[in-house]
Design a protein around this ligand. Structure first.
Ligand code: GLP
Length: 243
């Protein structure tokens, strides 16, 4: 638990840098990093950018896989997760764009796209470290309430609560929010060697308490993390209000 979102970002940013630097990635043995979007990881990304600029961290041999992407939103739309990732992180660090993987929500065959994504993760030896945020309903990636806890990458219809929550990025007009997304599954996240979740702000506090203090259940998909052998939640004070 840290005081605020900035301190959470600093903590987890340093943590990721230490993991990557200890791993000593090379072209033959790259570090495979899973990444989220949303406002929660922005302070972490800012901190990582600072570490790269200071010469304390390099993404040269880091391969990334993003958690999710909207279906049907043009890739260059300002709110696509593709645009978000380049704006908030990738354009400011020394990552090779060929090492960046983001689901294509405009693929002609979305089922094939999801299958290929899982295969690409397997091909590089699985994800070493998955960073995540959570939705107000406790979803991880876009694994909405009711998602199977053994799910892999697939198409999900967004919950109405998520559409409402994300309307803030679409001029507060819910009709502009995509209705579907491609997302890694709960099992895809759990398969990572280590998982860390950033939870900030009071509006996440109920979800956090359900995920930690109640049993593992598919209504709060973050709760599945209770079964992971190496998981970390980094929260600010506000997010712990209901614990
Ligand atoms: C979306 C993303 C999630 C993210 C959530 C929270 O639903 N699919 O991966 O965790 O938003 O966003 P924020 O951090 O802006 O609250």
């Amino acid at each position: 638990i840290r005081n605020d979102a900035a301190e959470v970002g600093e903590y987890i940013g340093n943590y990721i840098a230490k993991r990557i630097n200890t791993f000593k990635p090379t072209a033959e043995k790259p570090f495979v990093l899973g990444l989220p979007t949303g406002s929660s990881p922005i302070p972490t990304y800012k901190h990582l950018i600072g570490l790269v600029k200071a010469g304390k961290l390099s993404f040269k041999h880091v391969i990334t896989f993003n958690m999710d992407e909207y279906v049907g939103l043009p890739e260059d739309h300002p709110e696509s997760y593709h645009t978000f990732m380049f704006r908030e992180l990738f354009s400011h660090i020394d990552i090779d764009p060929a090492n960046v993987h983001i689901l294509n929500g405009n693929a002609p065959d979305l089922i094939a796209e999801c299958k290929a994504y899982e295969e690409a993760i397997t091909k590089v030896g699985g994800i070493e470290f998955f960073l995540a945020g959570i939705g107000e309903d406790g979803h991880i990636a876009f694994n909405e309430p009711g998602s199977s806890l053994v799910s892999k990458t697939r198409i999900k219809t967004l919950a109405y609560d998520t559409i409402l929550a994300n309307a803030r990025f679409f001029n507060n007009d819910i009709s502009l929010v995509p209705r579907m997304a491609l997302t890694v599954g709960v099992a895809t996240v759990l398969a990572a060697r280590e998982v860390a979740v950033v939870v900030t702000g009071q509006r996440k506090s109920l979800a956090l308490s359900k995920a930690i203090e109640e049993g593992v259940n598919h209504l709060t998909t973050l709760s599945a993390l209770q079964m992971h052998p190496w998981a970390l939640i980094v929260a600010d004070e506000d997010a712990t209000a209901e614990l």
